[in-house]
Design a protein around this ligand. Structure first.
Ligand SMILES: *Cc1c(COP(=O)(O)O)cnc(C)c1O
Length: 498
Protein backbone atom coordinates (compact mmCIF):
# COMPACT_ATOMS: atom_id res chain seq x y z
CA UNK A 1 0.00 0.00 0.00
CA UNK A 2 1.42 3.37 -0.97
CA UNK A 3 0.49 6.18 1.36
CA UNK A 4 1.22 9.84 0.72
CA UNK A 5 0.52 12.51 3.29
CA UNK A 6 0.07 16.01 1.97
CA UNK A 7 -1.20 19.14 3.62
CA UNK A 8 -4.64 18.32 4.90
CA UNK A 9 -5.00 15.09 2.98
CA UNK A 10 -3.83 11.59 2.80
CA UNK A 11 -3.60 9.58 -0.41
CA UNK A 12 -3.63 5.80 -0.18
CA UNK A 13 -2.92 4.03 -3.47
CA UNK A 14 -4.15 7.04 -5.37
CA UNK A 15 -7.41 7.25 -3.40
CA UNK A 16 -7.60 10.60 -1.68
CA UNK A 17 -8.94 11.26 1.75
CA UNK A 18 -8.94 14.62 3.42
CA UNK A 19 -7.98 15.70 6.87
CA UNK A 20 -9.95 18.94 6.82
CA UNK A 21 -13.09 19.01 8.91
CA UNK A 22 -14.50 21.70 6.63
CA UNK A 23 -14.28 19.26 3.76
CA UNK A 24 -16.39 16.70 5.56
CA UNK A 25 -13.42 14.38 5.76
CA UNK A 26 -13.13 14.70 9.50
CA UNK A 27 -9.58 13.44 9.59
CA UNK A 28 -10.21 9.89 8.48
CA UNK A 29 -7.23 8.52 6.69
CA UNK A 30 -8.66 5.30 5.38
CA UNK A 31 -10.66 5.65 2.14
CA UNK A 32 -14.14 4.09 2.24
CA UNK A 33 -13.19 1.46 -0.27
CA UNK A 34 -10.47 0.07 1.95
CA UNK A 35 -12.52 0.66 5.04
CA UNK A 36 -15.19 -1.78 3.92
CA UNK A 37 -13.74 -4.18 1.42
CA UNK A 38 -10.11 -4.28 2.46
CA UNK A 39 -8.45 -3.30 -0.84
CA UNK A 40 -4.72 -3.91 -0.62
CA UNK A 41 -1.83 -2.88 -2.80
CA UNK A 42 -2.26 -2.80 -6.56
CA UNK A 43 -6.03 -3.22 -6.41
CA UNK A 44 -5.81 -6.74 -4.98
CA UNK A 45 -8.65 -7.46 -2.60
CA UNK A 46 -8.25 -9.25 0.70
CA UNK A 47 -11.24 -11.24 -0.47
CA UNK A 48 -8.93 -12.86 -3.02
CA UNK A 49 -7.04 -14.46 -0.12
CA UNK A 50 -9.52 -14.77 2.69
CA UNK A 51 -12.82 -16.63 2.81
CA UNK A 52 -15.86 -14.42 2.49
CA UNK A 53 -17.05 -15.31 5.99
CA UNK A 54 -14.00 -13.62 7.47
CA UNK A 55 -14.35 -10.38 5.56
CA UNK A 56 -15.75 -7.28 7.19
CA UNK A 57 -19.19 -6.34 5.87
CA UNK A 58 -19.58 -3.05 7.68
CA UNK A 59 -17.15 -0.13 7.70
CA UNK A 60 -14.54 -0.49 10.41
CA UNK A 61 -15.99 2.42 12.34
CA UNK A 62 -12.83 4.37 12.91
CA UNK A 63 -13.38 7.56 14.87
CA UNK A 64 -13.69 10.43 12.42
CA UNK A 65 -12.47 13.57 14.02
CA UNK A 66 -10.48 16.50 12.80
CA UNK A 67 -7.09 17.23 14.25
CA UNK A 68 -8.49 20.20 16.19
CA UNK A 69 -11.19 18.09 17.75
CA UNK A 70 -8.71 15.45 18.84
CA UNK A 71 -6.40 18.11 20.24
CA UNK A 72 -9.20 19.76 22.19
CA UNK A 73 -10.28 16.42 23.59
CA UNK A 74 -6.84 15.70 25.01
CA UNK A 75 -6.35 19.27 26.21
CA UNK A 76 -9.65 19.06 28.04
CA UNK A 77 -8.57 15.79 29.66
CA UNK A 78 -5.26 17.30 30.69
CA UNK A 79 -7.04 20.33 32.13
CA UNK A 80 -8.87 18.02 34.49
CA UNK A 81 -5.59 16.79 35.83
CA UNK A 82 -3.63 18.46 38.60
CA UNK A 83 0.05 19.05 37.99
CA UNK A 84 2.95 21.15 39.24
CA UNK A 85 2.22 23.64 36.43
CA UNK A 86 -1.16 24.29 38.02
CA UNK A 87 -0.45 24.63 41.69
CA UNK A 88 1.41 23.70 44.87
CA UNK A 89 2.18 19.99 45.12
CA UNK A 90 3.52 19.16 48.62
CA UNK A 91 3.36 15.38 48.15
CA UNK A 92 5.71 14.10 50.85
CA UNK A 93 8.45 11.63 49.89
CA UNK A 94 7.71 12.21 46.20
CA UNK A 95 9.70 15.42 45.72
CA UNK A 96 7.36 17.10 43.26
CA UNK A 97 9.77 19.87 42.40
CA UNK A 98 10.02 22.11 39.39
CA UNK A 99 11.40 20.29 36.37
CA UNK A 100 13.07 22.75 34.00
CA UNK A 101 11.49 22.58 30.55
CA UNK A 102 14.89 22.95 28.91
CA UNK A 103 15.55 19.36 30.02
CA UNK A 104 12.68 18.18 27.83
CA UNK A 105 14.23 19.93 24.87
CA UNK A 106 17.62 18.36 25.54
CA UNK A 107 16.18 14.88 26.04
CA UNK A 108 14.49 15.11 22.66
CA UNK A 109 17.56 16.17 20.68
CA UNK A 110 17.67 14.24 17.45
CA UNK A 111 21.02 12.60 18.17
CA UNK A 112 19.63 11.10 21.37
CA UNK A 113 16.17 10.04 20.25
CA UNK A 114 17.22 8.63 16.89
CA UNK A 115 20.05 6.50 18.18
CA UNK A 116 19.08 2.85 17.99
CA UNK A 117 19.97 0.96 21.16
CA UNK A 118 21.48 -1.87 19.13
CA UNK A 119 24.00 0.36 17.39
CA UNK A 120 27.51 -0.45 18.47
CA UNK A 121 29.67 1.53 20.84
CA UNK A 122 31.48 3.32 18.06
CA UNK A 123 28.23 4.85 16.81
CA UNK A 124 27.03 5.65 20.33
CA UNK A 125 29.98 7.58 21.70
CA UNK A 126 27.97 10.71 22.56
CA UNK A 127 25.32 8.85 24.53
CA UNK A 128 27.87 6.65 26.26
CA UNK A 129 29.86 9.74 27.19
CA UNK A 130 26.79 11.36 28.71
CA UNK A 131 26.13 8.24 30.76
CA UNK A 132 29.74 8.00 31.85
CA UNK A 133 29.81 11.64 32.88
CA UNK A 134 26.52 11.29 34.75
CA UNK A 135 27.98 8.32 36.63
CA UNK A 136 30.96 10.48 37.60
CA UNK A 137 28.65 13.21 38.93
CA UNK A 138 26.58 10.72 40.88
CA UNK A 139 29.78 9.29 42.36
CA UNK A 140 30.53 12.76 43.71
CA UNK A 141 27.09 13.40 45.22
CA UNK A 142 26.81 9.93 46.77
CA UNK A 143 30.48 9.40 47.67
CA UNK A 144 30.26 5.93 46.11
CA UNK A 145 32.97 4.38 43.91
CA UNK A 146 30.92 2.92 41.06
CA UNK A 147 27.45 3.45 39.61
CA UNK A 148 25.00 1.58 37.41
CA UNK A 149 22.35 3.58 35.58
CA UNK A 150 20.27 0.59 34.53
CA UNK A 151 17.47 0.38 37.12
CA UNK A 152 14.24 1.98 35.95
CA UNK A 153 12.86 3.24 39.28
CA UNK A 154 13.61 3.60 42.96
CA UNK A 155 12.16 0.22 43.85
CA UNK A 156 14.05 -1.33 40.95
CA UNK A 157 17.24 0.22 42.35
CA UNK A 158 16.47 -1.36 45.71
CA UNK A 159 16.00 -4.74 44.07
CA UNK A 160 19.29 -4.32 42.19
CA UNK A 161 21.10 -3.26 45.36
CA UNK A 162 19.74 -6.17 47.37
CA UNK A 163 20.64 -8.60 44.56
CA UNK A 164 24.19 -7.26 44.76
CA UNK A 165 24.29 -7.75 48.53
CA UNK A 166 22.92 -11.28 48.16
CA UNK A 167 25.45 -12.24 45.50
CA UNK A 168 28.26 -10.74 47.56
CA UNK A 169 27.49 -12.94 50.54
CA UNK A 170 26.94 -15.99 48.33
CA UNK A 171 30.35 -15.45 46.74
CA UNK A 172 31.90 -15.17 50.19
CA UNK A 173 30.17 -18.40 51.20
CA UNK A 174 28.12 -16.66 53.89
CA UNK A 175 24.80 -18.09 52.76
CA UNK A 176 23.53 -18.04 56.33
CA UNK A 177 23.02 -14.27 56.04
CA UNK A 178 19.31 -14.36 55.26
CA UNK A 179 18.00 -11.48 57.37
CA UNK A 180 17.53 -7.88 56.40
CA UNK A 181 16.67 -5.33 59.08
CA UNK A 182 14.23 -2.58 58.09
CA UNK A 183 12.88 0.24 60.31
CA UNK A 184 9.10 0.42 60.82
CA UNK A 185 9.10 3.88 59.21
CA UNK A 186 10.51 2.57 55.90
CA UNK A 187 8.93 3.01 52.50
CA UNK A 188 6.95 -0.13 51.65
CA UNK A 189 9.18 -0.88 48.70
CA UNK A 190 12.11 -1.66 51.05
CA UNK A 191 10.72 -4.85 52.60
CA UNK A 192 9.17 -5.80 49.24
CA UNK A 193 12.53 -5.56 47.43
CA UNK A 194 14.42 -7.48 50.10
CA UNK A 195 11.74 -10.15 50.20
CA UNK A 196 11.84 -10.55 46.40
CA UNK A 197 15.54 -11.36 46.77
CA UNK A 198 14.67 -14.11 49.18
CA UNK A 199 15.65 -12.33 52.40
CA UNK A 200 13.69 -12.55 55.63
CA UNK A 201 12.59 -9.17 56.93
CA UNK A 202 13.22 -8.18 60.53
CA UNK A 203 11.38 -5.02 61.48
CA UNK A 204 12.98 -2.60 63.91
CA UNK A 205 10.92 -0.09 65.86
CA UNK A 206 11.52 3.62 65.88
CA UNK A 207 12.15 5.22 69.28
CA UNK A 208 10.26 8.19 70.75
CA UNK A 209 12.35 10.55 68.59
CA UNK A 210 11.26 8.79 65.41
CA UNK A 211 14.70 7.29 64.89
CA UNK A 212 16.07 3.76 64.69
CA UNK A 213 16.31 2.37 68.22
CA UNK A 214 20.00 1.48 68.47
CA UNK A 215 19.56 -0.60 71.62
CA UNK A 216 16.88 -2.67 69.87
CA UNK A 217 19.22 -3.03 66.91
CA UNK A 218 21.97 -4.47 69.11
CA UNK A 219 19.54 -7.09 70.34
CA UNK A 220 18.57 -8.37 66.93
CA UNK A 221 22.01 -8.27 65.33
CA UNK A 222 23.45 -11.74 64.81
CA UNK A 223 25.60 -13.54 62.25
CA UNK A 224 22.57 -14.20 60.04
CA UNK A 225 22.00 -10.51 59.30
CA UNK A 226 22.99 -9.54 55.77
CA UNK A 227 22.10 -5.88 55.84
CA UNK A 228 20.05 -3.01 57.16
CA UNK A 229 18.04 -0.85 54.74
CA UNK A 230 17.83 2.73 55.91
CA UNK A 231 16.44 5.99 54.61
CA UNK A 232 18.24 9.05 55.92
CA UNK A 233 16.58 11.42 56.45
CA UNK A 234 13.96 8.82 57.26
CA UNK A 235 10.37 9.00 56.08
CA UNK A 236 9.46 11.18 59.05
CA UNK A 237 11.82 13.74 57.56
CA UNK A 238 14.22 13.29 60.49
CA UNK A 239 17.94 12.80 60.23
CA UNK A 240 19.10 9.56 61.87
CA UNK A 241 21.60 11.08 64.26
CA UNK A 242 23.12 7.80 65.36
CA UNK A 243 23.81 6.59 61.85
CA UNK A 244 27.59 6.35 62.38
CA UNK A 245 27.08 4.21 65.45
CA UNK A 246 24.69 2.03 63.44
CA UNK A 247 27.12 1.60 60.54
CA UNK A 248 29.85 0.71 63.00
CA UNK A 249 27.68 -1.94 64.61
CA UNK A 250 26.65 -3.39 61.26
CA UNK A 251 30.15 -3.56 59.82
CA UNK A 252 31.57 -5.11 62.99
CA UNK A 253 28.90 -7.75 62.53
CA UNK A 254 30.07 -8.36 58.95
CA UNK A 255 26.79 -6.92 57.63
CA UNK A 256 26.24 -4.24 54.98
CA UNK A 257 24.25 -1.01 54.92
CA UNK A 258 21.80 -0.12 52.18
CA UNK A 259 20.80 3.51 51.72
CA UNK A 260 17.41 4.36 50.25
CA UNK A 261 18.34 7.64 48.57
CA UNK A 262 14.94 8.39 47.05
CA UNK A 263 14.85 11.51 49.21
CA UNK A 264 18.27 12.83 48.34
CA UNK A 265 16.83 16.29 47.93
CA UNK A 266 17.45 16.78 51.65
CA UNK A 267 21.22 16.36 51.70
CA UNK A 268 22.75 17.06 48.28
CA UNK A 269 26.21 18.51 48.77
CA UNK A 270 25.97 18.67 52.56
CA UNK A 271 26.79 15.09 53.37
CA UNK A 272 26.57 11.75 51.56
CA UNK A 273 25.83 8.11 52.25
CA UNK A 274 29.50 7.13 52.02
CA UNK A 275 30.32 9.51 54.88
CA UNK A 276 27.49 7.91 56.85
CA UNK A 277 28.98 4.45 56.32
CA UNK A 278 26.67 3.02 53.67
CA UNK A 279 27.86 0.42 51.13
CA UNK A 280 25.05 0.47 48.57
CA UNK A 281 22.81 3.39 47.56
CA UNK A 282 20.02 4.05 45.13
CA UNK A 283 18.88 7.45 43.92
CA UNK A 284 15.60 8.45 42.34
CA UNK A 285 16.59 10.64 39.41
CA UNK A 286 12.89 11.32 38.83
CA UNK A 287 12.56 12.84 42.29
CA UNK A 288 15.79 14.61 43.10
CA UNK A 289 17.21 15.22 39.66
CA UNK A 290 14.31 16.82 37.87
CA UNK A 291 12.39 14.43 35.69
CA UNK A 292 8.64 15.00 35.73
CA UNK A 293 6.97 12.07 37.44
CA UNK A 294 3.69 11.05 38.90
CA UNK A 295 1.24 8.91 37.02
CA UNK A 296 3.81 6.17 36.90
CA UNK A 297 7.02 7.21 35.27
CA UNK A 298 9.31 6.88 33.46
CA UNK A 299 11.97 6.98 36.12
CA UNK A 300 15.53 5.96 36.81
CA UNK A 301 16.98 4.50 39.99
CA UNK A 302 20.79 4.39 39.61
CA UNK A 303 22.65 2.32 42.17
CA UNK A 304 26.00 3.26 43.64
CA UNK A 305 28.35 0.89 45.46
CA UNK A 306 31.62 1.01 47.35
CA UNK A 307 34.71 -0.28 45.50
CA UNK A 308 34.53 -3.79 47.00
CA UNK A 309 31.12 -4.30 45.35
CA UNK A 310 32.02 -2.91 41.92
CA UNK A 311 32.41 -6.38 40.39
CA UNK A 312 28.82 -7.23 41.33
CA UNK A 313 27.15 -4.42 39.37
CA UNK A 314 24.74 -5.28 36.57
CA UNK A 315 26.39 -5.54 33.19
CA UNK A 316 27.29 -3.91 30.98
CA UNK A 317 28.97 -1.17 32.98
CA UNK A 318 29.70 2.02 31.07
CA UNK A 319 33.43 2.76 31.05
CA UNK A 320 36.11 4.93 29.48
CA UNK A 321 39.57 3.69 28.47
CA UNK A 322 41.07 7.13 27.93
CA UNK A 323 40.02 7.21 24.29
CA UNK A 324 36.68 5.56 23.87
CA UNK A 325 33.57 5.06 25.92
CA UNK A 326 32.42 1.46 25.92
CA UNK A 327 30.05 -1.08 27.39
CA UNK A 328 31.95 -3.54 29.52
CA UNK A 329 30.42 -7.03 29.71
CA UNK A 330 33.37 -8.46 31.58
CA UNK A 331 32.16 -7.92 35.14
CA UNK A 332 33.36 -10.78 37.31
CA UNK A 333 30.51 -11.38 39.76
CA UNK A 334 27.85 -9.38 37.95
CA UNK A 335 24.26 -10.02 38.95
CA UNK A 336 23.47 -9.81 35.20
CA UNK A 337 21.31 -7.38 33.34
CA UNK A 338 18.44 -5.74 35.21
CA UNK A 339 17.02 -3.66 32.37
CA UNK A 340 17.03 -3.84 28.59
CA UNK A 341 19.55 -1.72 26.69
CA UNK A 342 20.61 1.46 28.50
CA UNK A 343 17.86 1.93 31.08
CA UNK A 344 15.57 4.94 30.73
CA UNK A 345 18.01 7.01 28.74
CA UNK A 346 15.83 10.15 28.43
CA UNK A 347 15.69 10.40 32.21
CA UNK A 348 19.48 10.21 32.33
CA UNK A 349 19.77 13.11 29.89
CA UNK A 350 17.46 15.23 32.04
CA UNK A 351 19.36 14.42 35.22
CA UNK A 352 22.70 15.23 33.64
CA UNK A 353 21.38 18.53 32.26
CA UNK A 354 19.94 19.42 35.66
CA UNK A 355 23.18 18.66 37.50
CA UNK A 356 25.23 20.72 35.04
CA UNK A 357 22.78 23.58 35.22
CA UNK A 358 22.74 23.60 39.02
CA UNK A 359 26.42 23.00 39.70
CA UNK A 360 27.19 23.90 43.30
CA UNK A 361 23.68 25.27 43.65
CA UNK A 362 22.56 21.69 44.25
CA UNK A 363 23.67 22.40 47.79
CA UNK A 364 21.49 25.50 47.87
CA UNK A 365 18.52 23.50 46.56
CA UNK A 366 18.81 21.15 49.54
CA UNK A 367 19.18 24.04 51.97
CA UNK A 368 16.05 25.71 50.60
CA UNK A 369 14.10 22.45 50.61
CA UNK A 370 14.96 21.98 54.31
CA UNK A 371 14.25 25.61 55.16
CA UNK A 372 10.85 25.54 53.42
CA UNK A 373 9.80 22.37 55.25
CA UNK A 374 10.82 23.77 58.63
CA UNK A 375 8.99 27.03 57.92
CA UNK A 376 5.67 25.31 57.24
CA UNK A 377 6.17 22.92 60.14
CA UNK A 378 6.67 25.74 62.63
CA UNK A 379 3.60 27.62 61.36
CA UNK A 380 1.28 24.60 61.51
CA UNK A 381 2.36 22.89 64.70
CA UNK A 382 0.01 23.56 67.54
CA UNK A 383 -3.01 23.74 65.25
CA UNK A 384 -2.16 20.31 63.87
CA UNK A 385 -0.41 17.78 66.06
CA UNK A 386 3.32 17.36 65.37
CA UNK A 387 4.19 13.91 66.75
CA UNK A 388 7.95 14.37 66.48
CA UNK A 389 8.71 17.96 67.37
CA UNK A 390 12.27 18.14 66.10
CA UNK A 391 14.00 20.12 63.36
CA UNK A 392 13.10 18.34 60.14
CA UNK A 393 14.91 17.87 56.86
CA UNK A 394 13.14 18.27 53.51
CA UNK A 395 9.76 17.09 54.80
CA UNK A 396 7.81 16.54 58.00
CA UNK A 397 4.84 14.56 59.22
CA UNK A 398 1.80 16.02 60.96
CA UNK A 399 -1.00 14.05 62.56
CA UNK A 400 -4.65 14.93 61.92
CA UNK A 401 -5.64 13.13 65.15
CA UNK A 402 -7.15 16.24 66.75
CA UNK A 403 -9.21 17.02 63.65
CA UNK A 404 -10.21 13.35 63.43
CA UNK A 405 -11.70 13.64 66.90
CA UNK A 406 -13.60 16.72 65.73
CA UNK A 407 -15.19 14.64 62.97
CA UNK A 408 -12.91 15.07 59.95
CA UNK A 409 -10.21 12.56 59.13
CA UNK A 410 -6.99 13.30 57.30
CA UNK A 411 -8.66 12.15 54.09
CA UNK A 412 -11.23 14.93 54.56
CA UNK A 413 -8.49 17.52 55.01
CA UNK A 414 -6.77 16.26 51.88
CA UNK A 415 -9.99 16.58 49.87
CA UNK A 416 -10.65 20.07 51.21
CA UNK A 417 -7.18 21.24 50.13
CA UNK A 418 -8.12 20.41 46.54
CA UNK A 419 -10.72 23.18 46.63
CA UNK A 420 -7.87 25.65 47.11
CA UNK A 421 -5.96 24.54 44.01
CA UNK A 422 -3.53 22.59 46.14
CA UNK A 423 -2.50 18.97 45.75
CA UNK A 424 -2.93 17.13 49.06
CA UNK A 425 0.18 15.99 50.91
CA UNK A 426 0.95 12.29 51.19
CA UNK A 427 -1.58 10.88 53.65
CA UNK A 428 -1.62 7.86 55.98
CA UNK A 429 2.11 7.33 55.50
CA UNK A 430 4.39 6.64 57.28
CA UNK A 431 2.29 4.02 59.01
CA UNK A 432 3.66 4.76 62.46
CA UNK A 433 1.84 8.12 62.64
CA UNK A 434 -1.96 8.10 63.09
CA UNK A 435 -3.84 10.19 60.53
CA UNK A 436 -0.48 11.11 58.97
CA UNK A 437 0.04 14.05 56.62
CA UNK A 438 3.50 14.08 55.11
CA UNK A 439 4.37 17.50 53.72
CA UNK A 440 7.26 18.21 51.35
CA UNK A 441 7.26 21.70 49.82
CA UNK A 442 10.58 21.29 47.93
CA UNK A 443 12.98 24.14 47.21
CA UNK A 444 11.03 25.34 44.18
CA UNK A 445 8.33 27.32 45.94
CA UNK A 446 8.38 30.96 47.04
CA UNK A 447 7.54 32.19 50.52
CA UNK A 448 4.25 33.56 49.13
CA UNK A 449 3.19 30.10 48.00
CA UNK A 450 4.17 28.58 51.33
CA UNK A 451 2.22 31.28 53.19
CA UNK A 452 -0.82 30.62 51.05
CA UNK A 453 -0.65 26.91 51.84
CA UNK A 454 -0.22 27.62 55.55
CA UNK A 455 -3.22 29.96 55.39
CA UNK A 456 -5.32 27.28 53.73
CA UNK A 457 -4.33 24.64 56.27
CA UNK A 458 -5.19 26.98 59.16
CA UNK A 459 -8.50 27.86 57.51
CA UNK A 460 -9.38 24.17 57.17
CA UNK A 461 -8.56 23.53 60.83
CA UNK A 462 -10.92 26.37 61.77
CA UNK A 463 -13.65 25.08 59.46
CA UNK A 464 -13.37 21.67 61.10
CA UNK A 465 -13.89 23.26 64.51
CA UNK A 466 -16.82 25.36 63.41
CA UNK A 467 -18.49 23.49 60.60
CA UNK A 468 -17.06 20.04 59.87
CA UNK A 469 -19.92 19.27 57.44
CA UNK A 470 -18.58 21.91 55.08
CA UNK A 471 -15.23 20.14 54.92
CA UNK A 472 -16.77 16.70 54.61
CA UNK A 473 -18.54 17.74 51.41
CA UNK A 474 -15.28 18.58 49.66
CA UNK A 475 -13.96 18.68 47.05
CA UNK A 476 -16.45 20.96 45.34
CA UNK A 477 -14.36 22.52 42.58
CA UNK A 478 -12.73 19.48 41.01
CA UNK A 479 -13.99 17.68 37.86
CA UNK A 480 -14.51 14.53 39.92
CA UNK A 481 -16.15 15.08 43.30
CA UNK A 482 -15.78 12.82 46.30
CA UNK A 483 -15.80 9.26 45.06
CA UNK A 484 -17.24 6.23 46.73
CA UNK A 485 -13.97 4.39 47.05
CA UNK A 486 -15.51 1.05 47.95
CA UNK A 487 -17.78 1.15 44.91
CA UNK A 488 -14.90 2.31 42.75
CA UNK A 489 -12.83 -0.67 43.82
CA UNK A 490 -15.66 -3.19 43.52
CA UNK A 491 -17.29 -1.93 40.35
CA UNK A 492 -14.69 0.04 38.43
CA UNK A 493 -16.12 1.94 35.48
CA UNK A 494 -13.31 2.10 32.99
CA UNK A 495 -15.05 3.67 30.01
CA UNK A 496 -14.70 7.30 29.05
CA UNK A 497 -17.80 9.44 29.13
CA UNK A 498 -17.30 12.83 27.53
C1 LIG B 1 9.61 7.05 46.08
C2 LIG B 1 10.34 6.24 47.06
C3 LIG B 1 10.74 4.93 46.75
C4 LIG B 1 10.32 4.20 45.48
O1 LIG B 1 10.71 4.82 44.30
P1 LIG B 1 9.95 4.47 42.92
O2 LIG B 1 10.71 5.17 41.87
O3 LIG B 1 8.55 4.95 43.08
O4 LIG B 1 10.00 2.99 42.75
C5 LIG B 1 11.49 4.25 47.68
N1 LIG B 1 11.80 4.80 48.87
C6 LIG B 1 11.42 6.06 49.20
C7 LIG B 1 11.82 6.63 50.53
C8 LIG B 1 10.67 6.83 48.32
O5 LIG B 1 10.28 8.05 48.66
Amino acid sequence: MKTIFERGKCIVDGIESTNLASDGGRGKCVPDEINTTGVTSGGLKLGDFLPDSMLRKEPIGLPELSELEVMRHYKELSDRNFCIEKGFYPLGSCTMKYNPKVNEFLASLEGFVNLHPLQDDEDSQGSLELMYRLQEKLKIVTGMDAITLQPAAGAHGELTGMMIIKKYFETKGETNRKKVIIPDSAHGTNPASAKMCGFDIVEIKSNEHGQVDVEALKEILDEDVAAIMMTNPNTLGLFEERVLEISDLMHKNGSLLYYDGANFNAIMGWTNPALMGFDVVHLNLHKTFATPHGGGGPGAGPVGVKAFLKDYLPKPTIEFDGEKFFRNYDVKHSIGKVRSFYGNFGVLVRAYAYILMMGNDLKLASADAVLNANYIKEKLKGVYELPYDEPCMHEFVLSGEKQHQQGVSTLGIAKRLMDSNCHPPTVYFPLIVHEAMMIEPTESESKEVLDEFIGTMLKIAKEIEENPEEVLNSPKTTPVKKVDETQAARHPDLTFKG
